[in-house]
Design a protein around this ligand. Structure first.
Ligand code: IPD
Length: 251
C-alpha cells in the first residue's frame, strides 16, 4: 500500500467539507424533500444525497485508489465493508432530523480510516460555524483551538450525552428508555443533541463528560472517535473493546 500523506488527505477533506457546509447552511433554511429509510423517523433529504455525492466525487478525484463508506450509498444498497485500504467514512448530514426541522445541531462528518485505524477526522457544523478536526497523533481542534476532555471521573458529576436513535422497534425503544431511567439518578445531567458526531465532539471539547449510544453506525462515529481520542478521551464498545482492537459498527 502506498504511503498515505495524512496532511494532504486532511487538507483536501477540509476544503470539500467547507464547500459542502455552504450547501447545508443554505438548505437548512428552506423546505426539504424528505424520504424515510429504516423507520418513520430515519430520514434522508435531497441535501444528504447531494452532499455525499459532492464529497465522494471530490475525494475520489484527489485519491482515485481510496475506498468509500457513505451513509446514503449504503442505504441505497452498497456494502459497508471496512478493509485495510484507505477508506473515507462519510455522514453527509449527521442529525438529519434536526436539519429537517431547521434545528441548528447538524453536521457533516468525514473520517479517513487506514488499516482499520482512524487517521483523519472532520466534523463540521456549518450553521453554528463549529469545525472540529483531528489528525492522528497531532491533537484535535475546534476552529483551530486545541481541545481537551474534561477529565471528570465521577459519574455523579458527569454531564452525559446520549441519543434516542432512529429505531421505533418496541424492544429497542424500551432499551433506550430503561437506560435513561437507570442513569438519571446516577449522573449530574443527561442530554441529547440529535447528532451523534456532535455529541462525541462535544465530549472532546469538554462540554460534557460522556457520550453513549446503542446502534451507532460507522459514519456516525468514524470522525468523532478520532477527535475524542486526540483530545484525551477514551472510546470503547459495550464489551470494553477499543475501535482499533475490534472496530465497532462495521456491519
Ligand atoms: C443519526 C444521528 C442521531 C443518532 C442516530 C443516527 P443521521 O444520524 O446521529 O443522533 O441517534 O442513530 O442515525 O441519520 O442523522 O445521519
Amino acid at each position: 500500500m502506498a504511503e498515505i500523506d495524512a496532511q494532504k488527505c486532511f487538507d483536501v477533506a477540509l476544503d470539500l467539507v467547507k464547500q459542502a457546509g455552504k450547501v447545508v447552511r443554505e438548505a437548512i433554511k428552506k423546505k426539504k424533500n424528505i424520504e424515510t429509510k429504516s423507520s418513520a423517523v430515519d430520514l434522508v433529504t435531497e441535501s444528504d444525497k447531494a452532499v455525499e455525492k459532492m464529497l465522494i466525487s471530490g475525494l475520489s478525484e484527489a485519491f482515485p485508489d481510496h475506498k468509500f463508506i457513505g451513509e446514503e450509498s449504503v442505504s441505497a444498497g452498497e456494502k459497508c465493508i471496512l478493509t485495510d485500504e484507505p477508506t473515507w467514512i462519510i455522514d453527509p448530514i449527521d442529525g438529519t432530523m434536526n436539519f429537517v426541522h431547521s434545528f441548528p445541531y447538524t453536521c457533516i462528518s468525514v473520517g479517513l480510516w487506514v488499516k482499520k485505524e482512524a487517521l483523519v477526522g472532520v466534523v463540521y457544523n456549518p450553521v453554528l460555524e463549529q469545525m472540529f478536526t483531528a489528525i492522528k497523533g497531532q491533537g484535535s481542534f475546534l476552529n483551530g483551538e486545541k481541545l481537551s476532555v474534561s477529565g471528570e471521573k465521577e459519574l455523579g458529576q458527569a454531564l452525559v450525552f446520549s441519543e434516542i436513535g432512529t429505531s421505533l422497534d418496541p424492544e429497542k425503544v424500551n432499551t433506550v428508555l430503561t437506560n435513561i431511567t437507570n442513569l438519571m439518578p446516577k449522573v449530574h445531567g443527561l442530554r441529547g443533541v440529535g447528532s451523534a458526531a456532535l455529541g462525541i465532539s462535544s465530549v472532546a471539547a469538554g462540554w460534557g463528560d460522556v457520550f453513549y449510544h446503542f446502534g451507532l453506525c460507522a459514519w456516525d462515529m468514524a470522525a468523532g472517535t478520532l477527535i475524542l481520542t486526540e483530545a484525551g478521551g477514551y472510546v470503547c464498545d459495550t464489551e470494553g473493546w477499543c475501535p482499533d482492537e475490534r472496530p465497532m459498527g462495521w456491519g
